[in-house]
Design a protein around this ligand. Sequence first.
Ligand code: APR
Length: 340
Amino acid sequence: MPFEIIRNDITKVSVDAIVNAANKTLLGGGGVDGAIHRAAGPGLLEECRTLGGCKTGEAKLTKGYNLPARYVIHTVGPVWRGGGYNEEKLLADCYRNSLALAKEHKLENIAFPLISTGAFGYPKDKALKTAVSVISDFLMEHDMMVFLVVYDKDSFQLSEKLFNSIKQFIDDNYMENIEEHPYSMESRLLKGLAVSERVLKESDFLSAEAYSETIKPQRKLEDLIDQMDETFSQMLLRLIDQKGMTDAQTYKRANIDRKLFSKIRNDIHYKPSKHTAIAFAIALKLNLDETKDLLMRAGYALSRSSKFDIIIEFFICEGNYNIFEINEALFAFDQKLLGA
Ligand code: APR
């Protein structure tokens, strides 16, 4: 999974580089800066003294000394002054320049704290949005493992509007331990499709043309019948072709690494985890019915007694297929993230 959000103390994360939310002097401070200097030992400060400080938005690299990380990338976030002083661009520059420095040094993985969201007062939901947007753009073009390390839960905040919409959707749909009786793939598809076609055709709230344009199920019965014995891998590869996507676009949008994708491509009977199957449905921007069809090929069904499934359904119904934003929400609701 190229991008993960984890709960941890960044000084304990064993990666090629951890990023320090420093100040312009680079001579240490409180918060994560203080924690990193304490854990790294005096050697870090000695090297920082030779760097001549750092401008806001820029990034400089030192060794990691006593840290489990090999390097520390020091960057200086903007102080939040209400949003009218270029804060968003400067914060984005912190992530962009730190990633560029890691790439320049051929590092394979990197861990960020939520820069500027402590002493510098940057609103946490806005900072998270900027961090996720810069990191996900970078990962579309480069192969690297990126961790966003959240130290304490209250320093992680979705936008209130998004959080409340998801909470409402869960409240409306979640059913404690209902007995799921997923039909077999064939009978659910045929039963579901035939019923919905008949019911909708006979109903009088839809004119015939409205039915045929908007509501008619996305799949034709005859297509379903001749695709019925497709495996998950065959259906996935067919959909990638139909959507004119490349393999790389698909597995990057699914937050899946290349190795796992090639396993699936080379084994028509490969059985993915439910999370991986859903990640590909998101990458291919499938609607809810298509998602259920793809999941069924791997033997899974979306369930009303799973908050994870309901959150996925929320984003599909919203038409939001940004897997990094979906993972932010899953993290906020203490669910496993999407991807391998
Ligand atoms: N691991 C991971 N994250 C941490 C840790 C830790 N050990 N300690 C704190 N954090 C989180 C905070 O919860 C916050 O979400 O790091 C985020 C950034 O907070 P600060 O460390 O206060 O950094 P920032 O807001 O960028 O302010 C930087 O504070 O420490 C001084 O010298 C620093 O002047 C600079 C300013």
